[in-house]
Write a protein that binds this ligand. Structure first.
Ligand code: ACO
Length: 383
C-alpha cells in the first residue's frame, strides 16, 4: 500500500512492489504464475532435474555437464557430517521448536567453519554448499535425539534427498519418497526477495558473514506468514478430518477473520507454479499410503471453498500441499518448516553472494508519528 503522510513522505508499507536491486537468481511473474531459476522454468527443473543439479545451477551459474555434476555431488556428499560439538548443542536444546534448534546449530557451525570470515565469492559459495550439505544432518540428528535414538551417520551412497530421509528414519527410503523429497527441495531452492532472503540480504549488506545471514533468514522463515504455513495447513486438515466437514470448518474460520493457510502470496496473483508439482505428488502419495482423505480435504479447499477468492488473486501457494506430503512421508509436523529451510539454503547463499557483489547498505527509513519536543521531567519529579 502506498500512503502519503502529512509531511508528504511516501510510505510503501511492507515494501510491497518495491524493487530493491537486480538479480540473476530467479524471475517471478506473479501475474501469470511463472518462475525461472537463472532462466530455466521451474516446471522443467521439477520434472527433469535433481536438487544437486539445481544447486549447481544456482551457485555455479549454469547447468552442469554430467562430469561436472558428478564431481560437485561428490563434494556435497563429503561435507554432510557435523562436528561433535554441534551434536552436543542439539542435545542441549532438543526440546525447543526444530527451527530454533536449526537456527542455533547453524549459528554454532560458524565456530567450526575455517572460512567463516572470508566473504570472497568463492568462499561464500563453498560455505553455502557446506551449509546445504550439513543442514539436513542437523534436522535428522535432532529428530533422532529427541526420540531417544542415536543420530544416523550420513550415507554417501545416497543422494541429498534420499540421505536426508535415511538419516531421519534410519532406513533407506523407497524411490517414491526420495523422489518426492528431491522435488520438494528443488521447488523451495530460490525465490527472489522473499522475507527470509531479504533478511539474509540485510545482514549481508552490513558486511557480516554468511552464517549470520542464514541464521537470520531461518528466523524470518519460521513465521506462519512465510515458511510456517505448511505446518498450519496440516494442523487444519487434521482438525477437519473428513472432507464433508471442510465447508463448515472454513466458514467458521473465515467468519472469525482468520486466513486459510497455504493460500495467498505477496507476489503471485495467479497459481503459484510450484503448487502444481506438490498437488500431484500429494494425490499420488495419499493413494499409495492408503490415506486419500487428506488430499480430498485439500481439494475441497482449493476447488470449492477458496474458489471465489481467485477473483481477489488468492490462489494456493507452495505450502498448501507440502504439509500433506511431509505428513504422508511420516515427518512430524513441527519439522515441516525446517524442511523448507533445507531446500532454501542455496537460494539464501546466492542472494548473499549477489548482495556482496554489488553491496550497498540496506537501510530504509521510518516516518516518525510520535509526539515531538516533550519537556523532560527528571525522574525524582515524576509520579
Ligand atoms: N485466506 C483468506 N484471505 C486472505 C488470505 C488467505 N490465506 N491471504 C490473503 N487474504 C486476503 C486478506 O484478508 C486481504 O483481504 P482484504 O483486502 O479484504 O483485507 C487480502 O487478501 C490481501 O491480503 P494481504 O495480507 O494484504 O496480502 P499480502 O500480499 O500482504 O499477504 C500473505 C500475503 C501474507 C502470504 C497472505 O496471503 C497470507 O497471510 N496467507 C496465508 C499464509 C501463507 O500461506 N503463507 C505462505 C506464503 S508462501 C511462502 O512464504 C512460501
Amino acid at each position: 500500500m502506498t500512503m502519503t503522510t502529512a509531511r508528504k513522505v511516501e510510505l510503501r508499507r511492507g515494501l510491497k512492489d518495491v524493487y530493491l536491486d537486480t538479480t540473476e537468481a530467479s524471475f517471478i511473474d506473479g501475474g501469470v504464475g511463472k518462475l525461472l531459476y537463472r532462466g530455466y522454468n521451474i516446471h522443467d527443473l521439477a520434472e527433469q532435474s535433481t536438487f544437486e543439479e539445481v544447486v549447481y545451477l544456482l551457485l555455479r551459474g549454469k547447468l552442469p555437464t554430467p562430469r561436472e555434476l558428478e564431481a560437485f555431488d561428490a563434494g556435497l556428499r563429503a561435507e554432510r557430517s557435523i562436528p561433535r560439538g554441534v551434536v552436543e548443542i542439539i542435545q542441549r536444546v532438543k526440546d525447543a521448536h526444530p527451527m530454533d534448534v536449526l537456527r542455533t546449530a547453524v549459528s554454532a557451525l560458524a565456530a567450526f567453519d575455517p572460512e567463516v570470515k572470508d566473504n570472497s565469492k568463492e568462499a561464500l559459495v563453498r560455505k553455502g554448499l557446506r551449509l546445504t550439505a550439513q543442514a539436513p544432518t542437523i534436522v535428522a540428528a535432532l529428530e533422532r535425539i529427541r526420540k531417544g535414538l542415536r543420530p544416523v551417520e550420513p550415507n554417501p551412497k545416497l543422494n541429498h534427498a534420499g540421505n536426508f530421509l535415511y538419516m531421519l528414519f534410519g532406513k533407506e527410503p523407497d524411490e517414491e519418497a526420495a523422489g518426492v523429497m528431491d522435488v520438494d527441495f528443488i521447488l523451495h531452492a530460490e525465490h527472489g526477495a522473499n522475507a527470509s532472503a531479504f533478511t539474509a540480504r540485510v545482514v549481508a549488506s552490513t558486511l557480516s558473514d554468511l552464517h549470520s545471514a542464514v541464521v537470520a533468514a531461518i528466523g524470518a522463515l519460521k513465521g506462519p506468514a512465510h515458511g510456517g504455513a505448511a505446518e498450519e495447513v496440516m494442523k487444519m486438515v487434521k482438525e477437519v478430518a473428513d472432507p464433508e466437514r471442510a465447508r463448515a470448518y472454513a466458514d467458521a474460520l473465515l467468519s472469525r477473520g482468520d486466513r486459510v493457510m497455504g493460500f495467498g502470496h505477496r507476489v503471485y496473483k495467479a497459481e503459484d507454479p510450484r503448487a502444481r508439482h506438490l498437488r500431484e505428488r500429494s494425490r499420488r502419495l495419499g493413494e499409495v499410503k492408503g490415506q486419500p482423505q487428506w488430499f480430498q480435504i485439500l481439494q475441497r479447499f482449493e476447488d470449492e471453498i477458496m474458489f471465489p477468492y481467485r477473483a481477489k488473486g488468492i490462489y494456493v501457494n507452495v505450502d498448501f500441499y507440502a504439509g500433506s506430503i511431509y505428513y504422508l512421508l511420516g515427518i512430524p509436523e513441527d519439522l515441516f518448516v525446517s524442511i523448507f529451510a533445507l531446500g532454501r539454503i542455496p537460494g539464501w547463499t546466492l542472494q548473499v553472494v549477489e548482495q556482496y557483489t554489488n553491496n550497498m547498505l540496506i537501510r530504509p527509513l521510518l516516518e516518525y508519528t510520535g509526539p515531538m519536543d516533550l519537556p523532560f521531567v527528571p525522574i525524582g519529579q515524576r509520579g
